[in-house]
Unconditional design. Structure first.
Ligand SMILES: Nc1ncnc2c1ncn2[C@@H]1O[C@H](COP(=O)(O)OP(=O)(O)O)[C@@H](O)[C@H]1O
Ligand SMILES: [Mg+2]
Length: 392
């Protein structure tokens, strides 16, 4: 009998999206994995203080919903991690009992935001030399920084709103120069954003130059780097989930329905999903509230969205899975890159489902892609003999 592979599902984490990650892991990863019974699922929950826990009980959503997780963590001990030709999780039980160990064959990160989706966790899997699902360290890290990400997108001639960026230090030393630069080179209205935050925190739309300074100060309150970019007018927002390493499979172009208030904050994205959203025929409840699936846009814009999204995925060097957010100027019929999420909430399972990929097929294909990438990487020789030490 072939022994079942251990798949570590990582979730929680030190991020504003801690709770969203729990739902992604349990509903979109663990549930379909267990339905297939092809893998032994090892949940690895990273608590808000950064400690790692692993216990089969952590697969139960109720633990988190009821708040019982707090007493559970108080009673439990964090695991320790050993790098030993792979990644070994070790329970830290009593001194006398031999602590059980689990060797992971593959890792499935289901983390969002900081200390997880941003490449840090991918670095751990790289060091351990085990295959892992989703984007690699570099693409994950690039995607987390809007400035770096957009600079690469620009280098590939993919349209993205024109921007100017600077650090807090640079602004403090040269505020008037930057403000003049912005006035000379960018057209109002503008969006002022912290470079490395999500969920619309610290973002301001500015329609007059007199409001610029205040907006920059707000953004600099949340990050030491900001960007100011031109607004895409006559806006339609769409998002395109994509899967693949070399050959890409896009899911459907999806059009999130922005709330009537027209705001774009955390609440609109994650908490208002029960509110009425206008009754569009094809409205779907997704990870970020309601959306039109597929987007109700002309075929030319639909195709151009897929093309732009795939080009961005390649440019950033994504593999496995990602979701590309686009801004469309409906009047000018032009598609712009906005940002890229290397680990979309819920894996955008509802969209894949509508595109004909079931939840079990989705995780299976992602695991296959992870293993394929791992094989390709290990086939490259990384040991070089030198005489350096002998010469010393
Ligand atoms: N250049 C822009 N033109 C028009 N709308 C924009 C622009 N940039 C951002 N927005 C609006 O602000 C929202 C949040 O900005 P985004 O860059 O996606 O930040 P976050 O990382 O917080 O999601 C977008 O979903 C969109 O509605
Ligand atoms: Mg966004």
């Amino acid at each position: 009998m072939v022994s079942m592979k251990n798949i570590g599902v990582f979730f929680g984490g030190q991020s504003a999206e801690h709770d969203i990650s729990i739902v992604t892991a349990i509903a979109s990863v663990i549930k379909p994995l267990e339905a297939m019974s092809a893998y032994r699922v090892i949940p690895v929950y990273i608590a808000k203080n950064g400690a790692w826990y692993s216990d089969q009980k952590l697969k139960d959503i109720k633990l988190y919903q009821t708040g019982e997780i707090d007493s559970f963590l108080k009673k439990s001990r964090p695991i320790s991690v050993r790098f030993d030709s792979g990644l070994v999780l070790k329970q830290t039980k009593g001194l006398l009992r031999k602590a059980p160990e689990t060797r992971l064959d593959i890792a499935f990160p289901a983390m969002h935001g900081t200390h997880g989706e941003d490449g840090e966790l991918m670095g751990v899997f790289e060091l351990a030399g085990i295959p892992y699902v989703g984007c690699e360290l570099l693409a994950s890290a690039i995607a987390m920084d809007k400035v770096v990400c957009k600079k690469i997108i620009e280098a590939y001639d993919i349209p993205t709103p024109k921007m100017i960026s600077f650090s807090k230090q640079e602004y403090q030393e040269n505020a008037t120069r930057y403000e003049k630069d912005i006035a000379d080179k960018l057209q109002l209205p503008l969006f002022v954003k912290p470079a490395r935050l999500g969920s619309s925190i610290g973002i301001t739309k500015v329609s007059s130059h007199k409001d610029l300074q205040g907006a920059i100060e707000v953004a600099l309150h949340f990050d030491t780097k900001v960007l100011i970019e031109e607004s895409v007018n006559n806006l339609i927002e769409v998002t395109v989930p994509i899967m693949g390493n070399h050959d890409l499979t896009p899911a459907l172009v999806e059009q999130p329905i922005v709330s009537a208030e027209g705001s774009f904050d955390f609440e609109t994205k994650y908490l208002k999903r029960n509110k009425k959203t206008g009754g569009a025929k094809s409205a779907q409840k997704g990870a970020q509230g309601y959306s039109k699936l597929p987007a109700e846009i002309p075929k030319k814009l639909y195709d151009s969205s897929i093309e732009t999204a795939c080009a961005a995925y390649k440019a950033i060097g994504c593999s496995g899975i990602a979701r590309v957010d686009l801004l469309i100027d409906e009047k000018q019929q032009k598609v712009y890159f906005n940002e890229l999420n290397p680990l979309p909430g819920s894996l955008y399972r509802h969209n894949w489902h509508a595109a004909g990929v079931s939840a079990t097929e989705l995780v299976t294909r992602l695991i296959d892609l992870a293993q394929q990438r791992h094989r390709e990487k290990t086939a490259v020789n990384t040991s070089f003999k030198t005489n350096f030490l002998k010469q010393f």
